[in-house]
Design a protein around this ligand. Structure first.
Ligand SMILES: [Fe+2]
Length: 306
């Protein structure tokens, strides 16, 4: 393959990624030599815009994480450099993937302290809105949180919950009932993950601060989440979050608040207890849609088929 001709790792325009997907390779290397000058410039612009907003709105553990990872401001980071700083702190590491990771595989990676990381970056002309993750969302939005011990343990706990879900549904004899139950449990987990890890707010001495990565990687929404009168903000209740549909294509009108990372960890513990007690088996229908790839990933973990 001609490296110069294919020198582009822009979301949706990356021949290296398309080839990996054609080959069925989920885990890949980060082909650092293929980033174009424009790709690096996109990172620099995103970072420069977000930096002052992190100072104003981000949780203090995120800000400490940015410092301890020594993320470069002017170019896309190499994952190996990020991991050199990250791994000694919590055992987590960023691992390059070629695209969508089936849900069970994703959660199982978290259990093994690996974070599936997108290596492409958004187009230069689309800094603000991106429906799919890119390396800025994953490395600048998620990974700084992984330097915090309590947060890291919470992610591992999420991963364990996926195993519990597979075990719970493997007890159900009727295949149709098994799939229906799994759909409900996974929808509950996806909603809980969305309203915490991706869009969570936390109390602090200085008011509300952001710890959710979807907010931390969005120049517009990080401020909107904390300051806008158009957002409803409530203490996180499991029974609400697991039954609350969400849409991914606009700013979130409803966000949930936790008190601390210890509090968040205890809520994931409780989520697992609810799962074992059957309390996630009939959550409200609606978004997110649950796809076959995700369902199959859980069933394969339980040595079952769809
Ligand atoms: Fe994310």
């Amino acid at each position: 393959m001609n490296a110069v001709a294919n020198s582009d790792l822009t979301t949706g325009h990356a021949p290296f990624i398309e080839e990996a997907q054609r080959q069925g390779d989920l885990y890949i290397r980060q082909p650092y030599e293929l980033y174009s000058a424009e790709n690096h410039e996109t990172w620099r612009m995103l970072y420069r815009r977000l930096r002052p907003r992190w100072d104003q709105y981000a949780n203090e553990r995120f800000q400490a994480g940015i410092e301890s990872l020594c993320l470069p401001q002017d170019r896309i980071p190499r994952l190996e450099d990020v991991n050199r700083f990250l791994s000694p702190l919590t055992g987590f590491r960023a691992r390059a993937v070629s695209g969508y990771v089936p849900a069970f595989v994703f959660f199982d990676c978290l259990r093994n302290r690996e974070f599936p990381t997108t290596v492409t970056i958004r187009q230069a002309g689309r800094l603000d809105y991106l429906p799919e993750p890119d390396i800025f969302h994953d490395i600048a939005g998620h990974v700084p949180m992984h330097t915090d011990r309590h947060f890291a343990e919470t992610l591992v706990r999420f991963g364990e919950c996926a195993h519990t879900a597979a075990a719970v549904v493997s007890e159900i004899r009727d295949p149709a009932e098994r799939v229906r139950t799994l759909t409900s449990i996974f929808r509950a987990m996806a909603r809980f993950f969305w309203f915490t890890i991706e869009f969570g707010l936390m109390r602090s001495r200085d008011g509300l601060r952001v710890y959710g990565s979807g907010l931390l990687s969005s120049f517009g929404e990080i401020e909107h989440a904390v300051s806008s009168p158009d957002v409803q903000r409530y203490p996180l209740q499991i029974e609400w979050a697991i039954n609350q549909a969400f849409e991914i294509d606009h700013y979130q009108p409803l966000l949930f608040i936790v008190d601390s990372f210890d509090h968040l960890y205890s809520l994931v513990d409780e989520l697992e207890r609810w799962m074992k007690a059957g309390k996630l088996n009939h959550v409200a229908p609606g978004e997110p849609e649950v796809n076959e790839v995700d369902l199959r990933s859980f069933l394969e973990a339980a040595h079952l088929t769809l």
